[in-house]
Design a protein around this ligand. Structure first.
Ligand SMILES: Nc1nc2c(ncn2[C@@H]2O[C@H](COP(=O)(O)OP(=O)(O)OP(=O)(O)O)[C@@H](O)[C@H]2O)c(=O)[nH]1
Ligand SMILES: [Mg+2]
Length: 463
């Protein structure tokens, strides 16, 4: 699982600014889909080949009652689930009483904490941090978040003590399947149902913690590993209780999975929390299967209602196959794996350059990209840039101006032709020609003409 870094500090110290810096690498890759709202508190990023999850805990108010109250709630949960805490202070404001109170709270939790002094731009670094040494939190890490200064050095220090998990650790244990959903949609029941029917190879794998469980098992001769976010324990010992929901655990499971099964509740419809989880899975580029649970005892037209609601609330998941299941009775559960397999295969598919380029040419012929500043966007050729999810790189010019709707059109063309069901498809555009080269050509032509005129002028004078 990717390590979790929590950002803590009083308001206005720069947590959101730092969060944006730390999550930028992923953001650049993810397209905008209508209907998708992003949660700007949870994000992923990486330094080199070291991925991580970042949580912006929001501002702690600083007054004692407030701090205690917040520490007991959401902020406390985030800190509890993090591997490390970055405690941010503001060099411009200097040391404040609230900072000292937050430190007292942080000392009570058994976590590795780094003191980060932000906004050192325009100040002497040594002087800026000296104030905060009295906090007794070790050597402060000095940064200017809005300038991107000191961040890579800070991250080197922070990541040094964390377990090394690279994105290449994917291969072992067959297809990794994360079962996610908001509390009481039936995740535990579903996992128990699957485990009850299939041969569970082992329960506790080395390296699993109390809160995260990888359950390897076989289904029709294929290997899978279930990633459990619901806290299922040994068979027979599971009780139906109200789960404590953890966004962080869901995010970690999504990041560790190849395929995500998003469990929805047929009785409840689709909530904001469902949409948030779906957005995380999409941002992570995961192949997906939707399981609409508690289907038993519902009348037929409820299925159509659920489909319509899905189209309306989660239109960006139109690539995912939907199953109507009853985890309790087992109906439909076996078929989930057909879609899991198909989604995984689609996510890992090899797409040949000639096929991609031919499809691109046909698509452009059918429906031309728009004109930008009087010139038509040119899309010349395409090749595959990655798998899981499929990444298609398209070369052309003025590609930075390709509208979102045209990108979706192209995605649909490729999806249909390659039967890429169950997986997001990403496009990346590259302008192979310098966008200024035309202007340069114009300039040189103008210069040549100027010289000609000059020559003419001079020669006419000579006469
Ligand atoms: N000069 C300077 N300003 C910064 C730096 N980092 C952040 N700021 C500014 O500080 C202000 C607060 O930054 P935010 O990132 O919103 O702070 P926050 O901690 O998320 O605030 P809350 O969410 O309200 O708790 C903004 O105006 C930022 O532009 C920095 O390194 N240098
Ligand atoms: Mg903020």
């Amino acid at each position: 699982m990717k390590p979790v870094i929590a950002l803590v500090g009083r308001p206005n110290v720069g947590k959101s600014t730092l969060f944006n810096q730390l999550t930028r690498s992923r953001d650049a890759l993810v397209a905008d889909y209508p209907g998708l709202t992003r949660d700007r508190k949870y994000g992923t990023g990486k330094v080199g080949d070291r991925p991580y999850i970042v949580v912006d805990t929001g501002g702690l108010t600083g007054d004692t009652g407030g701090v205690e109250e917040q520490m007991a709630g959401q902020v406390h949960q985030a800190i509890g689930e993090a591997n490390v805490v970055l405690f941010l202070v503001d060099a411009r404001a200097g040391l404040t009483a609230s900072d000292e109170q937050i430190v007292q709270q942080l000392r009570r939790v058994n976590k590795q904490i780094f003191l980060v002094v932000n906004k050192i731009d325009g100040a002497d670094e040594t002087m800026a941090v000296i104030d905060f040494q009295s906090l007794g939190m070790g050597e402060p890490l000095a940064i200017a978040a809005s300038h991107g200064r000191g961040i890579s050095k800070m991250m080197q220090t922070v990541l040094a003590d964390l377990p090394v998990i690279t994105e290449e650790d994917e291969e072992e244990g067959g297809t990794k399947v994360a079962i996610i959903g908001r509390p009481n949609v039936g995740k535990s029941t579903l996992i128990n149902r699957i485990m009850g029917e299939e041969r569970v190879v082992a329960f506790d794998m080395p390296g699993t913690t109390r809160d995260s469980i990888f359950i390897p098992f076989e289904h029709e001769g294929r290997e899978y590993t279930l990633i459990d976010t619901a806290g299922v324990r040994r068979r027979g010992k599971v009780k139906e209780t109200v789960e404590k929901f953890s966004v962080i655990k869901a995010l970690q499971a999504i990041e560790a999975a190849n395929v995500v099964i998003l469990v929805l509740d047929a009785h409840d419809g689709i909530s904001d929390q469902d949409a948030t989880l779906a957005g995380f899975a999409l941002d992570a580029g995961r192949a997906m299967v939707i399981a609409v649970n508690k289907w038993d005892g519902l009348e037929k037209n409820a299925r159509e209602r659920m489909k319509a609601e899905l189209d309306r609330r989660l239109p960006f998941l139109d690539f995912a196959e939907m199953h109507f299941i009853s985890a309790l009775h087992g109906s439909g559960v076996g078929h989930l794996f057909e879609s899991v397999d198909a989604a995984y295969e689609a996510a890992m598919k090899k797409l040949s350059t000639p096929d991609l380029t031919r499809l691109l040419e046909e698509a452009v012929m059918q429906h031309q990209p728009p004109l930008v500043r009087g010139r038509r966007i040119k899309l010349r050729y395409a090749h595959q840039g990655g798998k899981n999810p499929p990444l298609i790189i398209i070369h052309g010019n003025q590609t930075e101006s390709v509208p979102a709707a045209y990108k979706r059109y192209l995605v649909n063309v490729f999806r249909k032709a390659f039967k890429l069901l169950g997986t997001p498809v990403r496009l990346e555009f590259k302008s192979s020609k310098n966008p200024y080269s035309d202007r340069k050509k114009d300039q040189t032509q103008r210069q040549v003409q100027k010289k000609k005129r000059l020559k003419k002028f001079i020669s006419s004078k000579k006469k």
